[in-house]
Design a protein around this ligand. Structure first.
Ligand SMILES: Cc1cc2nc3c(=O)[nH]c(=O)nc-3n(C[C@H](O)[C@H](O)[C@H](O)COP(=O)(O)O)c2cc1C
Length: 388
């Protein structure tokens, strides 16, 4: 096994082992990719305060997210087509998360189905819901997540319509890949991936195929989204979904204080400050820059989580010290999965945990619960001074 020292090592392996179409699908943002880039570069602007001569024994990164014990304040974000990055990718990621003691969130647009993941794990995972025009199908999905004993419903609000990622169009992204000359030429260099896929439990959207009729092309993410996603989703519909679910609800994709207040009104248990990893509204603020205004608006009334741009334990520490109660990683674990399957996801979690623990210690803290603004140097005007 190659020596892995950071998430960038896993990303390099991912690029070399997974077909270009799926690597590009993960490693891109919408349009100019400004928000995608700033999600990471804005984390770099925040610096850490080094403290010394503090007893660093007995450190703990353990905490809670929505009342659930977690080994560190990091969950695995919902990622569509995870099972195309590695055979049975959702099962492998969920198992790695379970063994590590962090939550796994299964996407609606997964390859392994809700039932596949439930069967392969022993603890409850979270289910991410995209809302569709077909309300019967949505109700059936919610019921399936209940039957699988999912312990939270993560409703994604920032993808009523799909942002454009140029590479996905140029690559003809689909699951399974369509065998064009270009795809075949690339697949010929990814034998291990291909052999794994031949043995995979599934190669199509497991929550969709066989559960819904009348789809013209269920293999194409773009076609499915345009035809089926509900562009009329509003706060009333969100309140109804919450009622239908009846358990813990996390609202994902909040980037504005006014929307955070609406999320509070519908009774969300947590919100995720997120711009979908820079894949939707290009030109939107990075999540870490949007976080302070949202915390100011609702931080004392609802649990505020954050994703988009986290590539290290230092980033996790910065988000938590700014006031987030939890974070999510998307690409950071997908790189690991593409690189080495389940072991790679575990490796990504190990890397981030070690970085978080060491950074915390060198900042003079022994417990994640004590992290706060005292540990950070935040540039003046970090949030930006924008005209009204
Ligand atoms: C390849 C990919 C697929 C994604 N699919 C979904 C999805 O199906 N549902 C969803 O709510 N978010 C999805 N997201 C967004 C992630 O849940 C998360 O918000 C994002 O990855 C965080 O940014 P990061 O990748 O920089 O950590 C996806 C992200 C990526 C990279």
């Amino acid at each position: 096994m190659p020596v892995i020292t950071n998430i960038a090592d896993l990303k390099r392996l991912h690029a070399s082992r997974v077909p270009r179409m799926f690597y590009d699908y993960a490693e891109s943002g919408s349009w100019t990719e400004q928000t995608f880039r700033e999600n990471t570069s804005d984390f770099d602007q925040i610096r850490l305060r080094q403290r010394v001569a503090v007893d660093m024994t007995g450190r703990s990164t353990a905490t809670q997210m929505i009342g659930q014990d977690v080994a560190m304040p990091v969950a695995l974000a919902p990622v569509g087509l995870t099972g195309m990055q590695h055979a049975d990718g959702e099962i492998k990621a969920a198992r790695a998360a379970e063994a590590f003691g962090v939550p796994y969130t299964l996407s609606t647009m997964s390859i392994n189905s809700i039932e596949d993941v439930a069967e392969a794990t022993t603890k409850p995972f979270w289910f991410q819901l995209y809302t569709m025009k077909d309300t019967d199908y949505v109700s059936r999905l919610i019921q399936r997540a209940k039957d699988a004993k999912c312990s939270a419903l993560v409703i994604t609000l920032d993808l009523q319509i799909l942002g454009q990622r140029h590479k996905d169009l140029k690559n003809g992204l689909s699951a399974p890949p369509k065998l064009t000359a270009k795809t075949l030429a690339n697949l010929a260099t990814k034998w291990t991936w291909g052999l794994g896929m031949l043995r995979a439990q599934r190669r199509e959207f497991g929550n969709i195929v066989g559960h819904v009729d009348g789809i013209s092309d269920a293999s194409s993410l773009g076609a499915w989204t345009a035809e089926q996603f509900d562009p009329s989703l509003d706060w009333d519909k969100i309140a109804k979904l919450k009622e239908e679910w009846g358990g813990k609800v996390i609202l994902k994709g909040i980037l504005d204080a006014e929307d955070a207040k609406m999320a509070l009104k519908v009774g969300a248990d947590a919100i995720i400050v997120s711009n979908h990893g820079g894949r939707q509204l290009d030109g939107a603020l990075s999540s870490i820059r949007a976080l302070p205004s949202i915390l100011e608006a609702v931080g004392d009334q609802v649990e505020v989580h954050l994703d988009s741009g986290i590539r290290s334990g230092q980033d996790v520490l910065k988000a938590v010290a700014m006031g987030a109660k939890g974070t999510y990683i998307g690409r950071a674990y997908i790189y690991g999965l593409g690189a080495m399957g389940q072991a790679g996801v575990t490796e990504a979690l190990n890397v981030i945990h070690k970085e978080l623990d060491t950074t915390m210690a060198l900042c003079g803290e022994v417990n994640v619960a004590n992290l706060g603004r005292q540990n950070l140097l935040v540039p003046q005007d970090f949030e930006g001074r924008w005209q009204d």
